[in-house]
Design a protein around this ligand. Structure first.
Ligand code: SAM
Length: 252
């Protein structure tokens, strides 16, 4: 019998960052306030919840521990296999459904979930696909449900791109963070090989995330930059490394 796959370990010494198996960067072991709120809120509602792009379950596992019924979705089946293997408690396993699928094409029935988290995934999509994905997630939410989105900004490891982000925005670009050829912007050669895969990233900020929610009829409750002190080992820190939004689907 084959040994079950295990979470890989980063080879550049930052233990809180777990490399993905498909060249989509890292799962962070340290949860930000948006992901933490999704996990704990998920345990307080009877409705099922969804995470899209869950990797090895850094937020799904605490949600299960809090009592939630969770659908864990990721484009990479091996991530889901490792996640399922990490959940050993039979009661938690019974509340976990794993589904492989890729935004924006994955689909769920309308009004299926009381809360959805999509953390550090949207920046891998084109602007058109971000809009389509957020529209889909709004449709999958029940009225009154909560959408939590988190994304990478230009202010973390992609700082070399900041002048372009600012200039693109001044020129009125709808997606000022579209960054093609990642190796051109990466300041840390040590992690280069983990980031050679996506041909582009579409860096976002708190306002772009809020706009995506508003445009599909959601009400933005909170949007903010997110400091990532766990990046500290990599030397880039100004408190805007990620951005997040929490938005509500209006009651019908
Ligand atoms: C950078 S990791 C983020 C993991 C975790 N959510 C976090 O915040 O640390 C991105 C995860 O999203 C998945 N992913 C990337 N693009 C996706 C897409 N278009 N649809 C579904 N999953 C995707 C990857 O396979 C990977 O597991």
């Amino acid at each position: 019998m084959n040994e079950p796959l295990k979470m890989p370990v980063a080879d550049f010494g930052v233990k809180t960052m777990v490399p993905t198996l498909n060249g989509t960067g890292f799962m962070f072991k340290v949860r930000d306030s948006f992901a933490e709120e999704w996990s704990s809120y998920a345990g307080t509602i009877g409705d099922p919840v969804l995470e899209v792009g869950c990797a090895y379950g850094v937020s799904v596992i605490p949600a299960l521990e809090a009592g939630a019924t969770v659908t864990a979705c990721d484009m990479e089946q091996q991530h889901l296999d490792i996640l399922a293997d990490r959940v050993t408690d039979p009661a938690q396993k019974a509340r976990l459904t794993c589904k492989a699928g890729t935004l924006p094409d994955i689909d769920f029935a309308p009004s299926s979930f009381g809360a959805i988290l999509c953390s550090r995934v949207l920046h891998f999509l084109s602007g058109e696909d971000i809009d389509a994905s957020v529209a889909n997630m709004a449709r999958w939410l029940k009225p009154g449900g909560r959408l939590y989105l988190v994304a990478d900004t230009p202010y973390g490891i992609w700082r070399n791109f900041i002048p372009h982000f600012v200039a693109n925005r001044e020129q009125g670009a709808r997606w000022p963070g579209m960054m093609i050829g990642l190796h051109n912007w990466l300041p840390t050669p040590g992690i280069q090989k983990h980031i050679d895969k996506p041909p582009f990233m579409n860096l976002l900020d708190a306002e772009l995330l809020a706009r995506a929610c508003r445009e599909v009829g959601l009400t933005v409750e909170r949007n903010a930059f997110i400091p990532r002190p766990d990046f500290k080992g990599m030397g880039y820190l100004d408190g805007r490394e990620n951005a997040g939004v929490m938005a509500l689907k209006p009651l019908a």
